[in-house]
Write a protein that binds this ligand. Structure first.
Ligand SMILES: [Zn+2]
Length: 203
């Protein structure tokens, strides 16, 4: 879509980049770009530095796959967390959504996607071996499946419920307080808290 006003190239490039962000329309992108232009030089440099080093400074947590800048993420490294409880999510972006509800004190496991047979995404592309390793290692009492409530999310949960079965392990599924088809990333903290509390046992 063409931009409404003829901005000089550097501004136009910035506006185009900002518009790629979720929830940012043409007007907002313009306003943000013009606001950045007013920032002190040092602040702009710091922002540029944050952006250009972002990927290099982050890596997946060696235990759960969450985003981290140390070998273990802040959640895995926290001795207050309940290590016998693992909440399985599709992406690291879903972790802060669940954290915000404040009622989950266990650990996480990031699958790195979900099953999508039509897109040729099978179980071998998910971080399942790592999850099996964690279960084999010890004291996990319950795995909560918090994949989305749409078709692919449900299919992934159904597969995991079978695949993860082992004696003494409770496998549960968060209640679908999240509207059907909605990504868990868009649910509000209260909905997530209810969905976690009302989780049902899958065996
Ligand atoms: Zn972690």
């Amino acid at each position: 879509m063409p931009l409404p006003l003829g901005y000089p190239q550097p501004l136009e490039e910035l506006i185009r980049s900002l518009r790629r962000l979720p929830g940012i329309g043409a007007r907002t992108a313009e306003r943000l770009a013009l606001a950045l232009l007013e920032w002190p030089e040092a602040d702009l440099q710091a922002l540029g530095q944050s952006l250009s080093t972002l990927r290099a400074r982050l890596h997946p947590c060696t235990q759960c796959g969450n985003l981290a800048d140390t070998p273990l993420c802040l959640i895995c490294a926290n001795p207050q967390r309940q290590t016998e409880l693992i909440c399985v999510v599709e992406t690291a972006a879903q972790i802060p959504v669940i954290e915000r509800c404040g009622s989950f004190r266990g650990l996480y496991h990031v699958l790195g996607g979900r099953l999508a047979p039509l897109d040729h995404r099978g179980p071998e592309q998910l971080r399942l071996a790592e999850l099996h390793q964690r279960l084999a290692a010890g004291n996990v009492r319950e795995v909560i499946l918090a994949t989305s409530s749409d078709v692919e999310g449900e299919a992934t949960a159904a597969y995991l419920a079978m695949d993860l079965q082992r004696p003494g392990l409770i496998i549960s599924r968060i209640a679908s307080g999240v509207p059907v088809g909605a990504d868990i990333g868009f649910a509000d903290p209260a909905t997530i808290a209810i969905a976690l509390r009302a989780r049902r046992n899958l065996g």
